[in-house]
Design a binder for this molecule. Sequence first.
Ligand code: PMP
Length: 287
Amino acid sequence: MIWLDGKIVPEAEAKVSVFDHGLLYGDGIFEGIRFYNGRVFRLEEHTKRLFLSAKAILLKLPWTEDEVNAAVCDAIRANKLQDGYVRLVITRGVGGLGLNPYLCDTPSMFIIASTISLYPAEHYENGLELITCGTRRPTPGSLSPQVKSLNYLNNVMAKAEAIKAGCVEGLMLNEHGYVAECTGDNLFLVKNGKVLTPPVSDGSLDGITRQVIFELCEEAGLSIEEKTLTRYDIFTADECFLTGTAAEVIPATKLDEREIGDGKPGPVTRQLITAFKALTQSTGTPF
Ligand code: PMP
């Protein structure tokens, strides 16, 4: 069952117009949200980011944050799931065939509550391999990578490069050649006992899971810091891991044929995976 513009409808009836600017131009925004054990994880943070994305693209939303939160819970309940993944999409709505966003009167929102398994289980145990993608993250002068917009074609092209190279995820650099993030995940390193990640101004989404890692490190007394990173930093790190709502926390053990550390998931990564699991199982908004 799909939540579509205020109604819960069967999947086959959940349709949007071919004149919707989300489809015609990628003109819209989205969130990916997980729920665990009957509770939505970091729901308010996701909704806040959604509203910031809307503001950044001049999209006036006819819903309040509370109404969006309630709609997410309704969509989950309608599917009788306890654990799973929500995809919430807001499009600019139906407009003319031209770009003009002001001709789109009413945004459209749909919410899919389902399940997702992004990467094979073995990668969570043994780590995944990354390649550096040729496709770069957009510059700050273009649409900010901090906007979680429907314009994901850069990431899709980078993902295609990674898959062609036999990897499930790829590293994306910014226009200066510094590490930004992966195609759908934020990236962290561990070096000499310190956890490092690039500042979002280096071209990444301000991931909700990324924020959770900062909290978990602080709670565990692990030093964590934002730092501009190069591929060299990853090649020579002791550990590397990726974070994202769908991915959760996953070790990365190889980049461009170089083993990271000893090529196995490291102790800090394992500690954070355990802490992340415990947190997701024990906190969240009940639905
Ligand atoms: N970067 C990109 C490009 C993403 O699409 C995502 C979400 N899949 C992330 C990072 C991770 O963000 P979050 O932890 O909020 O899911």
